[in-house]
Design a protein around this ligand. Structure first.
Ligand code: GDD
Ligand code: MN
Length: 384
């Protein structure tokens, strides 16, 4: 016998919300008394044991289920996990920190029942507000929203919202296209799904009373990445583009490092190796080393943010990165030598200029091979 689906599944991603969650669950019970519903708490094994508190409440209430994820982490992937097991006809997602106004849920449900596919709880729509947001946070949100509307043809005024509801079919149709690493899950739905009938409903964003936000710091970066990925992802890998941009900044650091080395009067040492390496300007490896360090850190915190190394692991990652950089140098030198000695571009450009296409090819080969090596060793994604 199949069970009758509830109308609504409320999905609550939680991470260290032990104080907020019981209050919210109580509020939801009151607000949703007229709607058949289930509530799914998706907790990523919070250190403050939010899952334990949730399980205790769920033990006394059949409509509440708790998913405690041990190996996965992240807001978007938690929301997707919730949707995968949700049984309702309509899925609503909201923060568990009391910032989203649960009183909007019945209107979200009735709007979807009227024929809309997706409803956004909006701070920018009439009847809504950003609450007591700092000027800085408001500005960031404004820039982000502006970019989203330029990049993607969006009519939604609050695409950054983490408060929204959609029909089960919308999820089923686009779930396989969604990037679970991102944090802008709403943007993913809007960006990937085709021809959605959408509507915004205003609500007043509340201040956080307990606990702290988990999204600061990486928010801007994640957001820009999500945006770029939605717009250009089908043509080129966003990670690769970031890697190349970081590489380009490395060239500047390399120059600056050389200058610094000269300024510090780093000596020229006698190596006795070969005429070519004698005397060796220490400023050159010094600049190169600084560039490796800055490339490593930028890639760790920008390009591969989700897989970043922390604490002592940072050193392990740096060691891999160093070794791969030296391999890259060998790749570049080999490609250059190979092309030069085989007359690459000869006849096409005058002989004294063939070195530049050869150099460019060497750099390109080293960039690509370094990228794949780093992706597979330095920042290995153990989850896939
Ligand atoms: N399971 C799980 N895993 N939950 C998480 C994780 C995670 O890695 N990170 C955050 N959460 C939960 C939090 O416990 C909270 O319930 C909700 O997701 C949102 O996290 P906050 O830390 O409260 O985010 P915020 O308030 O800074 O950001 C909110 O506003 C943004 C708009 O500016 C969120 O609603 C964002 O989605 C929204 O874009
Ligand atoms: Mn919040």
């Amino acid at each position: 016998m199949t069970r009758k689906r509830p109308t609504l599944s409320v999905i609550l991603p939680t991470y260290n919300e032990s104080t907020n969650l019981p209050i919210l669950l109580g509020n939801l019970k009151t607000t949703l008394s007229e709607i058949s519903h289930e509530i799914l708490v998706v907790d990523d094994n919070s250190p403050d044991r939010t899952w334990e508190i949730a399980e205790e409440i769920a033990g006394k209430d059949d409509s509440i289920r708790v998913i405690r994820r041990i190996t996965d982490r992240g807001l978007s992937s938690a929301v997707i996990t919730g949707m995968e097991v949700a049984e309702g006809e309509i899925f609503a997602v909201m923060d568990a920190d009391l910032q989203h106004d649960e009183n909007l849920l019945p209107r979200m449900v009735s709007t979807l029942e009227e024929g809309y596919d997706l409803v956004v709880g909006s701070r920018a729509e009439e009847g809504g507000s950003y609450g007591q947001w700092s000027k800085r946070r408001r500005f960031i949100s404004w820039v982000a929203t502006f970019l989203a509307r330029v990049f993607l043809p969006l009519e939604i005024k609050d695409p950054m919202s983490g408060f929204f509801a959609l029909k089960r079919e919308v999820f089923e149709d686009s779930a396989n296209l969604i990037n679970p690493r991102g944090f802008k899950i709403l943007l993913e739905f809007i960006g990937r799904a085709r021809n959605l009938k959408m509507r915004e409903l205003g609500y007043h964003f509340r201040n956080r009373q307990h606990g702290e936000t988990k999204l600061s710091g990486s928010v801007v970066r994640n957001y820009l990445v999500a945006l770029f990925d939605l717009r250009f992802g089908k043509y080129i890998s966003t990670t690769f583009v970031m890697y190349v941009i970081v590489g380009a900044t490395g060239i500047l650091v390399n120059f600056a490092g050389f200058q610094l080395g000269e300024f510090l009067k780093l000596p020229k040492v006698h190596t006795g190796l070969s005429d070519m390496l004698d005397p060796l300007w220490l400023s050159v490896p010094f600049g190169y080393q600084l560039a490796i360090l800055s490339n490593y850190l930028l890639n760790n915190y920008l390009t591969f943010y989700e897989l970043r190394h922390r604490g002592w692991d940072l050193l392990k990652g740096l060691l891999y990165f160093e070794i791969i950089s030296i391999l890259g140098l060998l790749v570049q030198v080999s490609v250059f030598q190979l092309l030069e000695t085989n007359g690459f571009m000869e006849g096409l450009v005058s002989p004294e200029f063939t070195r530049y296409p050869s150099l460019a090819a060497g750099i390109a080969a080293a960039t690509v091979s370094n990228y794949f090596l780093n992706r597979n060793f330095t920042w290995k994604d153990f989850r896939s």
